[in-house]
Design a protein around this ligand. Structure first.
Ligand code: GLY
Length: 364
């Protein structure tokens, strides 16, 4: 059954269409939002091998003229060089103002493609077809697009909303197990920051890692709730003037861990999981959160197959230093999203460095 979640925005609202097998409807869905005739599918080689043909044939059947462009896979290619590759293909295929870039891939493909769409001819249409769990529940929704600068992650970018997000949970069956676990960190995040019922539902699942094979109905329900949480937050605060910052729960320490491990040995979701454990402990120490609730969070993270410990060899002082370079620093103060109960968080900038050291020490 198809669910449609609306991202309501002042200027360009759009739908998230979620259904098993929906990749076959990509052409019909794109036609439904009145896109121009030319479409270029942007992907990476592995995803394109699995799903490129299906996407192109669905678009052809709906009358679109379809081109494709593949980018090298991996965070290390989230660069202006990859954007240039898309521009070159757009020029070669004579894409016009009414044309569309379809991002078929995970968060990296989506972020790069969105930025290329935002800037080519001062903005062409953009459709997100996320193929990783993390991209489905987070990166593909909300219009954050961009690439990395050699000095930091996502320093170059634009808010640019897609015309449509199409989610086909069937494609998760070919996602590597580690990537699926990493995406589960963001799902758990929504349980903590927004949706206590989602959290309780996840606690009931015996094998979170097997859900995509054994319980597709439940997987769709969990995707639906996660996307709804993201849509609700983005609809209330598109440009992160306030509320949207709660989506950064677990990301303050998470980004530091990710950058200190070179964006390789610990991936984004794994780092966010570690960051959520740390934030939970900080909240307990500051008497904002019940210890028992923090233990439930950590148990769920562990059940998802994610580590609740710091990676071995990481230097606590280096983490404390790295926090100062984060985009979330405002006027020299590090902002933390901290839980107050399951389903609710607050944002504060008064966490003492000594408390961060103490909590990280407990996670070694
Ligand atoms: N991933 C955080 C946000 O979209 O704001």
């Amino acid at each position: 059954m198809q669910s449609v979640i609306r991202v309501e925005l002042p200027q360009q609202s759009y739908n998230i269409a979620l259904a098993a097998g929906s990749l076959e409807r990509l052409g019909a869905e794109c036609a439904g939002v009145h896109l121009g005739k030319k479409v270029m599918v942007v992907s990476n080689p592995a995803i394109f091998r699995h799903y490129g043909e299906q996407a192109i044939s669905a678009l052809n059947s709906a009358g679109f003229e379809v081109f494709s462009c593949t980018l090298l896979a991996g965070e290390q290619y989230k660069t202006l060089g990859s954007v240039q590759k898309i521009y070159n293909a757009a020029l070669e295929n004579r894409l016009e103002r009414s044309s569309t870039l379809v991002a078929l891939g995970g968060g990296v493909v989506g972020d790069i493609t969105g930025f290329a769409a935002a800037t080519w001819l001062r903005g062409i249409n953009f459709v997100q077809v996320p193929t990783s769990l993390l991209a489905m529940v987070d990166a593909a929704i909300g219009g954050k697009t961009g690439v990395n600068h050699p000095q930091g992650k996502n320093l170059i970018g634009a808010f640019y909303q897609p015309r449509l997000v199409l989610i086909d949970p069937d494609v998760l069956k070919t996602l590597p197990a580690r990537e699926f676990r990493a995406g589960m960190a963001e799902v758990i995040k929504y349980g903590i920051i927004w949706d206590a019922e989602l959290f309780a539902q996840l606690e009931q699942v015996l094998r979170l890692d097997q859900m995509r094979y054994l319980n597709e109905g439940l997987l769709q329900e969990i995707l639906n709730r996660s996307c709804q949480a993201k849509a609700d937050v983005v609809s209330k605060d598109e440009k992160e003037a306030g509320l949207r910052a709660i989506l950064n729960y677990g990301h303050t320490i998470g980004h530091a861990v990710e950058s200190l491990t070179g964006y390789r040995s610990v991936n984004h979701g794994e780092a966010v999981a570690i960051g959520m454990v740390a934030a939970g402990k900080i909240a307990v120490e500051m008497q904002l959160w019940e210890k028992e609730a923090a233990q439930r969070q950590d148990a769920l993270i562990g059940k998802a197959g994610l580590s609740i410990k710091l990676p071995s060899g990481i230097d606590i002082e280096a983490i404390v230093d790295a926090l100062q370079n984060d985009k979330k620093v405002q006027e020299g103060k590090v902002r933390f999203v901290l839980p107050t109960q399951i389903g609710s968080v607050t944002i504060i900038d008064t966490v003492q460095a000594e408390l961060i050291r103490q909590v990280l020490g407990q996670m070694q």
